[in-house]
Ligand binder design. Structure first.
Ligand code: ATP
Ligand code: MG
Length: 429
C-alpha cells in the first residue's frame, strides 16, 4: 500500500474537537458585528494578481514572496487572496456600493500566504475582516477599536494590549521616509541583510523587523509620530480623546507600521504575550488612498483583520474545555433489542420536534447495554436515555445521569420525557 496522502504544509484541517471553539468564536464575532450594524460581504478566494500588486504594493512581503500566483487556463495571472481588503474594495467599486453612501462591512474566510509555517503562522489561515468606507473622521476609527475591545470582553480574553500609532499623510510619510533613510544609511553596518535591502525598497518596514539584534538601531530611529502633518496630528489627537472618553486603554507604539502600503493615519494592533512570537491577533488601520488607487473615486476607508488561528489558540489558553463541553450531547439514546431500535428512532425524532435546542445523539450499530453505555460515557453526554425490553414492556423510558451530582436513575412515561429534559437541561423551547 502506498503512503496515505497528507495535507499541504502550512494548511491545516480543523478537526471536530477543535471546530466547537471556532464556532463559538465565529458566533460571538457575528453577534458583535451585528450589534454595531455591520453587514456581511462574501468574496471570491481568487482575484486578478494585479489587484493585489496595485493595492498591497510591489515591495511588501506579501507581494514579493508570499502570494500563491498561477496562470488561469486562458493565461490570466490569478492569485489566491492573501488578505481581504483589496477584494472588498474591488467589490464595492464594482457594485457601486460607495456611491454617495457609507458602508460598514465584514467578511470571513481563508487567506493564503506562502510563509514559513510555524506556531501561529500558516500558509492557509483564516481572518475575519471588517471595513468601513466613506467616513473620514476619527470617530469611525474609534468605533472599530471599541468593537474589537468589546469582542475580547465577550470572549473572556484579558491579556491583550492595544497598540496605536499614526502614519500621517502620504506627503508627511514621504518626508519622514527621507529622514529615516538618512538615519539608517548612517548606521548601515548595524542593519541585517533584509533591512539593508529594504533601505532602498521600503524603509518604513525596517521598523517592523522582528530581528532582536536590531533593537538598538531601531530604538534611536526618528519617530514618525514626531513628523506628522497637522491634519493627521489632529486626527490622532481626536482619536485618542475618543478612546480615553470610552475608557479604552492603549499604548502608543511609534514603531508600529503595517506590512501593506495602503495605510495612512491610524494604525493599530492588538497584541498578546500568551502566544509566543506570533502575538498579534488583530491588526488594522486607515487607508484613505486605496480606493482611488484601484481606480475608484477618492473614498476614505478604515478596517482591520483578525487572525482566527491565533484567537482560537488564545481562547484555548483561557478556557480549554468550555467550548468543547458546550458541543457535547445533552442526551445519549441507548436502544437494546429489535423493538427498542425501531421505537427509539421515533422517540428521538419526537424529542427533536419538541426540543429544537436538544443535542441528542442516538446510538447506532447495535450492541448490548455495556457497549452502548461505554459509548454514552465517551460522548460526554449529561444523560443516557435508555430503551430496552423492560422499558418497551412498561411503556416507560429510563433516564440515567452520567455525571456526578445529577441524582439517581429514574423512569418516566414516554410523553413526559420532553418536559422533564427541558427542566433538567434548562432548555428554552
Ligand atoms: P506579520 O507581520 O506577523 O506577518 P501581517 O502584517 O502580515 O503580520 P496582517 O496582514 O495585518 O498581518 O494580517 C492581520 C492578522 O492576520 C495578523 O495580525 C494575524 O493575526 C493574522 N495573520 C496574518 N498572517 C498570518 C499567517 N500566515 N498565519 C496565521 N495568521 C496570520
Ligand atoms: Mg506577514
Amino acid at each position: 500500500m502506498s503512503k496515505p496522502f497528507q495535507a499541504i504544509r502550512g494548511m491545516n484541517d480543523i478537526l471536530p474537537g477543535e471546530s466547537a471553539q471556532w464556532q463559538r468564536l465565529e458566533a460571538t464575532v457575528r453577534e458583535v458585528l451585528a450589534a454595531y450594524g455591520y453587514g456581511e460581504i462574501r468574496l471570491p478566494l481568487v482575484e486578478k494578481t494585479e489587484l493585489f500588486t496595485r493595492s498591497i504594493g510591489e515591495v511588501t512581503d506579501i507581494v514579493e514572496k508570499e502570494m500563491y500566483t498561477f496562470a488561469d487556463r486562458n493565461g490570466d495571472s490569478l492569485t489566491l487572496r492573501p488578505e481581504g481588503t483589496a477584494g472588498c474594495a474591488r467589490a464595492c467599486l464594482e457594485h457601486g456600493l460607495l456611491h454617495h453612501q457609507t458602508q460598514r462591512l465584514w467578511y470571513a474566510g481563508p487567506m493564503f500566504r506562502y510563509e514559513k509555517p510555524q506556531k501561529g503562522r500558516y500558509r492557509q489561515f483564516h481572518q475575519i475582516g471588517v471595513e468601513a468606507y466613506g467616513m473620514a473622521g476619527p470617530d469611525i476609527d474609534a468605533e472599530l477599536i471599541a468593537l474589537t475591545a468589546r469582542l475580547w470582553r465577550r470572549l473572556g480574553i484579558r491579556d491583550v494590549t492595544l497598540q496605536l500609532n499614526s502614519l500621517g499623510s502620504s506627503a508627511a510619510r514621504a518626508a519622514y521616509r527621507e529622514r529615516l533613510v538618512a538615519y539608517f544609511t548612517a548606521r548601515r553596518a548595524e542593519l541585517d541583510e533584509d533591512s539593508q535591502r529594504r533601505l532602498t525598497t521600503n524603509p518604513l518596514r525596517i521598523l517592523d523587523s522582528k530581528n532582536s539584534a536590531l533593537r538598538g538601531v531601531l530604538a534611536d530611529a526618528p519617530a514618525l509620530l514626531d513628523h506628522l502633518d497637522p491634519e493627521a496630528q489632529t486626527h490622532f489627537d481626536e482619536l485618542r480623546a475618543l478612546l480615553d472618553a470610552a475608557g479604552i486603554v492603549y499604548e502608543i507604539n511609534p514603531r508600529l507600521v503595517r506590512g501593506l502600503d495602503y495605510y495612512s493615519k491610524t494604525v493599530f494592533e492588538w497584541v498578546t504575550d500568551a502566544l509566543g512570537a506570533q502575538g498579534t491577533i488583530c491588526a488594522g488601520g486607515r487607508y484613505d488612498g486605496l480606493l482611488e488607487q484601484l481606480g475608484g473615486p477618492a473614498t476614505p476607508g478604515v478596517g482591520f483583520a483578525m487572525g482566527l488561528e491565533r484567537l482560537v489558540a488564545l481562547l484555548a489558553t483561557t478556557d480549554p474545555s468550555a467550548a468543547e463541553s458546550a458541543a457535547n450531547p445533552h442526551v445519549y439514546l441507548i436502544r437494546v433489542g429489535d423493538a427498542a431500535q425501531r421505537d427509539g428512532l421515533a422517540l428521538a425524532e419526537r424529542l427533536r420536534d419538541q426540543l429544537p435546542e436538544l443535542r441528542l445523539r442516538m446510538h447506532c450499530g447495535g450492541g448490548g447495554f455495556k457497549a452502548q453505555f461505554r459509548r454514552a460515557d465517551h460522548s460526554g453526554a449529561h444523560y443516557a436515555l435508555i430503551l430496552g425490553d423492560d422499558e418497551m414492556a412498561s411503556g416507560r423510558v429510563a433516564l440515567k445521569p452520567l455525571r456526578a451530582a445529577q441524582g439517581e436513575q429514574i423512569t418516566l412515561p414516554r410523553e413526559q420525557v420532553a418536559v422533564h429534559l427541558r427542566a433538567v437541561l434548562d432548555l428554552t423551547a
